[in-house]
Write a protein that binds this ligand. Structure first.
Ligand SMILES: [Zn+2]
Ligand SMILES: [Zn+2]
Length: 242
């Protein structure tokens, strides 16, 4: 038994592995129960592979990311296993959904001709003060898991979040489009790089768009927005997101 598996076994004795979608007890190593696994998957052909939305907005505005790939649909139903799993990822130590989403996204990338190959994985950054409070950046957990699935390097030194702005989910769709200026680049040379940019929930796409624009400004050739879940338009108002 390695130190890592010993540590995992000890943790599982103290904190039993539970399904983030319904709280059912799981065997060590399982990520979701079979019932929730069936419910959280958004069919790959049900959303636009360019903007990542169920109702494509590609004709209405230009986006800086070139492709989008998602795992689940984020609804306004608080009993929905995907919504519960995203909530658990943000608010509890249960990070199973990050690994589950990464596994699904990796499978979809392997089986689709729409995306091509990638050089590295990164994630939408979190402001350091928020990270101190939460203890981790959930987007980075997805990014690290995806990098591991695909055998790619994970980079957390490409973008920064310089100011703690209002949380996106507290804003209207219109306000979200202008609440993204707090991101900045660290001026790493990314010439020609094809990048997977991860986040937990793709709402208006404004955050991914701003981060993709910054990566492109540093030379990135192609950016794919990879999100654990995507909302549909009626779920993007601040009243409906938990
Ligand atoms: Zn479950
Ligand atoms: Zn689209």
């Amino acid at each position: 038994m390695t130190l890592t598996t010993l540590k995992a076994s000890l943790i599982s004795l103290i904190l039993p592995n539970r399904c983030p979608g319904c709280d059912a007890l799981l065997y060590p190593g399982e990520l979701l129960c079979a019932d929730c696994e069936g419910k959280v998957l958004l069919p790959h052909d049900d959303y636009c592979h360019t903007c990542g939305k169920l109702r494509c907005f590609c004709q209405k505005r230009t986006v800086f990311y070139d492709r989008a790939i998602v795992c689940s649909r984020y609804t306004a139903d608080l009993a929905d296993p995907a919504v519960r799993a995203v909530w658990a990822l943000k608010n509890t130590q249960n990070t199973n959904f990050a690994r589950f989403a990464a596994k699904i996204i990796a499978e979809r990338l392997r089986h689709s001709l729409d995306y091509g190959d990638f050089d590295l994985v990164t994630a939408v950054p979190m402001h350091p003060s928020k990270k101190r409070i939460r203890g981790y950046n959930q987007a980075a957990l997805i990014g690290k898991a995806l990098a591991q699935e695909l055998g790619l390097p994970y980079r957390d030194d490409l973008l920064t979040k310089s100011r703690s702005r209002a949380a996106q989910h507290n804003l209207s769709a219109k306000e979200r489009l202008t609440n993204v200026a707090a991101f900045d680049t660290r001026n790493v040379d990314l010439t020609g790089k094809r990048i997977l940019l991860c986040d937990d929930v793709l709402t208006t796409g404004a955050t991914m768009d701003r981060c993709a624009a910054l990566l492109k400004a540093d030379g990135a050739a192609f950016v794919c927005a990879a999100a654990a879940a995507t909302t549909s338009r009626k779920e993007e108002s601040k009243e409906e997101l938990p």
